[in-house]
Ligand binder design. Structure first.
Ligand code: UD1
Length: 334
């Protein structure tokens, strides 16, 4: 029995494949290499000693998806594959709706046609928008999405709600907070294309001298130091949450057909906290300046992780410093 990991060569996907193989699962990676590199496959093999099965195709190719499900005994699906650049999604909304929702629909069709059951879906804390209360529980209302990208996550959750209800298959949607860091081996990590949009790759590239200085987007937020607050979670902790969620479905421990879990550390850190933590853990000084807020950014988001702690028995173990150290080691290898 195998686990299909779509987008398995991407940032979170590759770390999850490593943890799956460490736990003895056989993995089939499906990836179209649209935002990942084939070298990652060798790196996964080098970390775990096992080469995962790899299928290079686009999940919009319905026939290929059906063939995959018909030709393999599949015990579960972890669906990561999606386009994820917020700015690009505003310029090319059709591409985002097509890629992110079309691929999900094809996976669901093939899954149901072959009577597969267990689906883990990558959702995002972006569905909460600026939540009214911190920390954010799973019951917080979902808000209008700030971007087509965010909307694809919200609509995908709705698709899961309707289809688990109608077809009675089992799924878990994990709502990630901000995944950062890299594998401690420094063999896999985040590979941003072009100028990084996310904070941590920008920080490490600035420290490496690739970027002149980090622009801190806004110091006039209603937070203790004026900069925006997020819940940064080490990607290895996040990857492990997928394994416990998958086991929960396989062992039939889920309480409803579709469950949602926040996956974060439960701790909010400001942009200045991140800069300080980076400087402390790497002993590198970071050039930065405060600039205007970035459009569409929220003030704060951090998770109430009680449900994941109690129901999944999962808890983030690694610190912010630890994640930043690993991200830096990864940067040094680039
Ligand atoms: C972003 C996306 C979100 C997505 C998530 C995935 C936006 C508006 N949101 O979240 O939809 O789910 O990535 O990881 O892009 N910052 C700086 N300078 C920088 C970059 C970022 O100060 O050069 C600040 C931001 O203003 C924010 C924090 O750092 O306060 C984190 O930013 P980022 O890493 O882009 O994540 P999010 O904006 O939380």
């Amino acid at each position: 029995m195998k686990i299909v990991v779509t987008g398995g060569l991407g940032f979170i996907g590759s770390h999850t494949v490593v943890e799956l193989q460490n736990e003895g699962f056989k993995v089939i990676i499906v990836d179209n290499l649209s935002n990942s590199k084939i070298e990652v496959l060798n790196q996964i093999t080098s970390i775990t000693g096992i080469k995962p099965q790899f299928e290079q195709f686009d999940l919009l190719d319905k026939e290929r998806v059906n063939t995959l499900f018909n030709n393999n005994k599949i015990a579960g699906i972890i669906h990561f594959a999606a386009s994820k650049a917020v700015g690009e999604s505003v310029e090319k909304p059709l591409l985002y709706y097509q890629n992110n929702l079309g691929s999900l629909l094809n996976v669901l069709d093939a899954m149901l046609a072959t009577k597969q059951d267990h689906l883990i879906f990558s959702s995002s804390c972006t569905v909460y928008g600026q939540a009214d209360q911190m920390p954010i529980t799973e019951n917080a209302p979902r808000k209008d999405a700030e971007s087509p990208y965010g909307n694809t996550k919200k609509i995908a959750e709705d698709i899961l709600l309707d289809t688990t209800n109608a077809y009675k298959y089992n799924a878990i949607a994990l709502r990630y907070f901000n995944p950062i860091g890299a594998h401690p081996s420094a063999k896999i990590g985040e590979l941003p294309i072009g100028i990084p949009q996310n904070l941590i790759p920008y920080v490490t590239q600035t420290a490496a001298g690739i970027r002149k200085e980090l622009a801190v987007f806004g110091a006039d937020y209603p937070t203790p130091d004026g900069t925006a607050i997020r819940d940064y979670i080490h990607v290895v902790d996040l990857a492990k949450a997928h394994i416990v969620a998958l086991k929960r479905l396989i062992e039939k421990k889920n309480k409803t057909n579709l469950e949602f879990f926040n996956i974060g550390t439960g701790k909010g850190s400001s942009v200045l906290d991140v800069i300080k933590a980076f400087e402390n853990s790497t002993k590198k000084k970071l050039n930065y300046k405060i600039v205007a807020r970035r459009e569409g950014d929220i003030t704060e988001a951090y998770a109430d992780t009680t449900l994941a702690n109690t129901e999944l028995g999962w808890k983030a173990e690694k610190s912010l410093e630890n994640a930043l150290y690993d991200a830096w080691q990864w940067q040094l290898k680039q």
